[in-house]
Design a binder for this molecule. Sequence first.
Ligand SMILES: Nc1ncnc2c1ncn2[C@@H]1O[C@H](COP(=O)(O)OP(=O)(O)O)[C@@H](O)[C@H]1O
Ligand SMILES: [Mg+2]
Length: 224
Amino acid sequence: MTPEPLLVLEGVGLTLPSTAGPVEILRSVDLTVQLGEIVAVTGPSGSGKSSLIAVAAGLEQPTRGSVRLFGRDVGALNEDGRARLRRGRASLVFQSFHLLPNMTAEENVAAPLEIAGHAEAMDIARLWLERVGLSARGHHYPHQLSGGEQQRVALARALAARPALLFADEPTGNLDAANAAAVADLMFDLIAETGAALVLVTHDASLAARAGRQARMDGGRLSA
Ligand SMILES: Nc1ncnc2c1ncn2[C@@H]1O[C@H](COP(=O)(O)OP(=O)(O)O)[C@@H](O)[C@H]1O
Ligand SMILES: [Mg+2]
């Protein structure tokens, strides 16, 4: 028996109001992500890639169509329910790192583990910081870290709970070439190690080429 896909989008549309009238941001998007699969999404700026991630991860509700995440209809859940559905199973990494500025690297990695009720959250956080090469930086605050280091902390935070699915929205987009390559290698290593599925939005064709499957977003439409 084929296991149920982690994520299924069917006919997903997203229309948002603007001063110039409603804007169609996603148009009839279909996407299925299976266990352990790596899918890259490329496409021009403004084509709807971040909106796709927001809807697929249940951060935002679609206007039309359906999103099934871990077998649950996201449309039937409120914001709390969607957060609970993600907890420990789906994580996000963004272009701009999104670390909490008043927490140390260690505390940033431990925070979601604590919310999920892990007794050993700080110990697990330390192990993950070691895994991303930052054991010496555990007590540093985000502003004391370089962009590449901050993104490694964000990767550790995203994967520490061993989620089945990682959404990464241009994770190397704010990094110089050397740091981008190092973060990308680390991300692919960790994904391989944990067996997590990955939905990777990227402008970088060489990064997209490392995915098992590529899809392209253009004007809110996704094509294989
Ligand atoms: N909250 C919003 N309200 C209205 N329009 C939005 C909103 N968020 C994004 N958009 C518009 O939707 C389109 C797609 O944006 P986005 O998903 O961020 O694209 P990408 O990530 O591919 O650059 C853009 O034209 C953007 O201006
Ligand atoms: Mg974007």
